[in-house]
Design a protein around this ligand. Structure first.
Ligand code: PPS
Length: 274
């Protein structure tokens, strides 16, 4: 059943953890103004942002990040276990995560003050990471050759839809929503600065020690060793632990590493110049 997929409004979602009902509930979700919603195309830094937000909300105390899985701390809106996870989440701040595109989720957010954090990553690194992810998981199809995979990515024919539509859609909502855009490149090059930007967006100012603790616990090396966010708790039937790991490299493509501006990302997305 892992290989089964759902088609929802023309976009493929894995059969694992997604159903027509769970997707339907996601797009009808009743957001509260105090909610924080992390939004991203897959492989763009979602897990990293979940850690950053969690550590900011605990003022740098790593206890919850090290004892509660990230899918309970920041549940996925479109997954079947959403209600259960929302009840189980120990976090004082309600944090949700989604890969849905804005044309599907925009209506549910209309008029709300929900704090939306949109995370993007340059598409070259996204497609490489996504390719490895297809090999790593059993709920996504075998990716074939990289060049075939790249073509499908450019055509937006893969699971979760088109990267270009995702970026353009959410960037188009920037003015209408309470939205902060953070890039993976910014997180890589200036993690302390990113923590500051996110904490002020969330109106959770931190003392210097608390901020340093956040930075320390959401570094690549800390997260790679943290079972509660490195997906090593996922059973072998679902992911091939022998074929790789979720925290693969976390590095930047050289050509793109210097450009972190949202204007640049928008430009790549609108002109398809990957
Ligand atoms: S998913 O499946 O959509 O939730 O994946 P996502 O979390 O968006 O992206 C996974 C990639 O993010 C990298 N990652 C990090 N890089 C640097 N530092 C930290 N702390 C970090 N946390 C996650 C992870 O390694 C994946 O990228 P690749 O290029 O595959 O290594």
């Amino acid at each position: 059943t892992f290989t089964m997929t759902n088609m929802f409004h023309g976009i493929l979602y894995p059969g694992h953890l997604h159903t027509q009902d769970s997707l339907q509930l996601a797009v009808k979700f009743q957001f509260q103004d105090t909610d924080v919603l992390i939004v991203s195309f897959p492989k763009s830094g979602t897990t990293w942002m979940q850690e950053i937000v969690g550590l900011i909300s605990s003022r740098g105390d790593p206890h919850l990040s090290q004892t509660v899985p990230n899918w309970t701390r920041a549940p996925w809106l479109e997954h079947i276990y959403l209600a259960e996870m929302l009840n189980a989440s120990p976090s004082t701040l309600r944090v949700l995560t989604t890969h849905l595109p804005s044309h599907l989720l925009g209506p549910a957010l209309q008029g709300s003050k929900t704090k939306v954090i949109y995370v993007s990553r340059n598409p070259k690194d996204v497609v490489v990471s996504f390719y490895h992810f297809h090999q790593f998981t059993n709920f996504l199809p075998e990716p074939g050759s990289f060049s075939e995979f790249l073509n499908q990515f450019l055509e937006g024919e893969q699971h979760y839809g088109s990267w270009f539509e995702h970026i353009n859609g959410w960037m188009g909502q920037e003015a209408a929503l309470n939205l902060l855009h953070v890039t993976f490149e910014e997180m890589s090059m200036d993690l302390p600065g990113t923590v500051d930007r996110v904490s002020s967006f969330l109106q959770r100012p931190l003392l210097e020690d608390e901020r340093n603790s956040c930075v320390q616990h959401c570094s690549f090396s800390s997260m790679k060793d943290n079972k509660m966010c490195n997906y090593s708790l996922v059973p072998d039937e679902i992911v091939n632990h022998s074929k790789g790991s979720f925290m693969r490299k976390g590095s930047l493509h050289r050509l793109f590493s210097l450009n972190t501006s949202s204007a640049f990302i928008k430009d790549v997305a609108t002109t398809n110049r990957v």
